[in-house]
Design a protein around this ligand. Structure first.
Ligand SMILES: [Zn+2]
Length: 206
């Protein structure tokens, strides 16, 4: 996000177009290193497109969880499990900068407070739009809900396919990586954990 140049700042790079972008320059170089010609028709705008796309896919670095959750905490007498399942997740693995994608299931057992249901997918999005490993993404979602909503416990499961494994032939095409984070009663009570797992699995027959 380039800030408009201050009119009083000295024009030290007068010859450089204002739209110059370090990521675009880098991708122009990468294309050349790959033996391509970044000037040919199909590639002429590629560095610009990739830069824009990468900024979008990592916009979570500039998003504040507190702002996302702001005003969405409600006091209630409800103390049964809240579950939002099959949240679509798209992220980039930090080891290869290739996508991993799948579904995320989030549950918590409230303690007097609940959070607006639509905020949970948004929270998942904030962390997914950063360079990630699936394990850390899972933990960050769980810990944030634990910290901000202060429930009795949280469970998060992510099931995802990693293009860095599939495209490079490291794993079979259909392999799915499953990660989970269980905090509070989801960690301490086998019954609570089981209820969560049953609710997640019931989607297959629903
Ligand atoms: Zn990877």
């Amino acid at each position: 996000m380039a800030k408009p140049r201050s009119p009083i700042a000295p024009a030290t790079h007068a010859a450089v177009p204002a739209a110059i972008d370090a990521i675009e320059v880098a991708y122009d170089r990468i294309l050349r290193q790959l033996g391509e010609d970044p000037r040919r028709d199909g590639l002429r705008k590629t560095p610009e497109r990739v830069a824009k796309s990468l900024r979008y896919l990592t916009k979570g670095y500039h998003q504040d969880v507190n702002k996302v959750l702001n005003g969405a905490l409600f006091s209630v007498a409800y103390d049964e499990m809240v579950i939002v399942r099959d949240i679509e997740v798209f992220s980039l693995c930090e080891h290869h900068l290739l996508p991993f994608f799948g579904r995320c299931h989030v549950a918590y057992l409230p303690r007097r407070k609940v959070i607006g249901l639509s905020k949970i997918p948004r929270l998942v999005d904030v962390f997914a739009h950063r360079l990630q490993v699936q394990e850390r993404l899972t933990t960050q979602i769980a810990q944030t809900i634990m910290e901000k909503v202060r429930p009795q416990g949280v469970g998060v499961i992510i099931e995802a396919r990693h293009l860095c494994m599939i495209m490079r032939g490291v794993e079979k095409q259909n392999s799915v990586a499953v990660t989970s984070a269980m905090l509070g009663v989801f960690r301490d009570s086998a019954q609570t954990r089981q209820e969560f797992l049953n609710l997640v699995r019931s989607r297959q027959t629903a």
